[in-house]
Design a protein around this ligand. Structure first.
Ligand code: ATP
Length: 265
């Protein structure tokens, strides 16, 4: 059984301009390890995350999270796209408060913060840079015994050195928990991901294992009609071909069924 099971979920927002279909018959499963949720702006990633957390109700379909309907946060950690903390409190105060609520030792979070080069624990939130705020959110989300950790764009606002370190931390966490990471930057995350779900226009283009991608730099994609396409990144390929979603779906099916040819490392 997966940690999260999503079956035939539709989400239609009612707006002044008419209905907006944010998710269109989405089915996927999230298990232990790192699952990356990727898609262009407006693909439906945040809506899907909010449905898993119980913050948004699907229009139809079924969702089970840790064996129960969504809505309860026990066993779940969440890093929102823009972490928010009260401006007047210090890093130390926040870490202590969150640790107490969660029943985990604050030392773990402080140690992660140090690993991320953040030692200014007496600074107030209002004085933190965007990157420092992000690091605080990441350290808090990753310090937990949660079975499910959901990180919305965790590497946003971080420079390449810290991105790399955060990805390593995510990898380590994925050894014991299910980690769902939403991102636009597949080229980085594919190094640590065990599984991927590509969303385009609210539809799942591909959902499955990412093992064949590890450390590969270039792909030759064989279309079922015999044509071949070369691409440096599957993300580019998906984005360039989003209009013909059926071609992408079929093609990625081929790719992940191990018909990937590495042109060069
Ligand atoms: P991004 O990468 O830009 O954050 P996303 O993949 O997270 O995008 P969503 O934010 O889930 O995508 O949006 C999916 C679609 O649903 C978009 O067309 C968006 O305009 C629409 N949408 C999202 N939230 C609402 C809302 N509260 N009311 C109406 N429409 C919404």
């Amino acid at each position: 059984m997966g940690l999260v099971e999503i079956q035939e979920v539709r989400k239609v927002y009612r707006t002044l301009y008419g209905p907006v279909v944010a998710l269109d018959w989405v089915s996927m499963e999230i298990g232990k390890g790192v699952t990356v949720l990727i898609g262009p702006n407006g693909a439906g990633k945040t809506t899907l995350i909010k449905i898993i957390l119980g913050l948004v109700r699907p229009t139809s379909g079924t969702v089970r999270v840790l064996g129960r309907p969504p809505g309860r946060m026990e066993g779940i950690s969440y890093l929102p796209e823009k972490p928010f903390f009260p401006r007047g409190v210090t890093v130390r105060e926040i870490v202590k408060f969150v640790s107490k609520v969660r029943g985990v030792p604050p030392e773990e979070t402080f140690s992660l913060l140090s690993e991320l080069g953040m030692e200014a624990w007496d600074m107030r939130v209002g004085a933190l840079s965007a990157g420092m705020l992000q690091k605080l959110g990441i350290a808090l989300a990753l310090t937990s015994s949660s079975e499910l950790i959901i990180l919305d764009e965790p590497t946003a606002n971080l420079d390449p050195v810290w991105r790399k370190r955060v990805l390593e931390m995510i990898r380590e966490k994925g050894e014991g928990a299910g980690v769902l990471v939403s991102t636009h930057i597949l080229t980085e995350i594919e190094k640590v991901a065990d599984a991927a779900t590509f969303l385009v226009n609210g539809q799942v283009v591909f959902s499955g294992s990412l093992v064949p991608l590890l450390s590969k730099k270039r792909y030759l994609i064989r279309l079922r009609d015999g044509r071949t396409l070369e691409t440096e990144s599957l993300e580019n390929f998906v984005m360039e071909n989003v209009e013909d979603i059926d071609v992408v779906r079929r093609t990625l099916g081929d790719v992940f069924e191990e018909s990937v040819t590495v042109v060069h490392e």
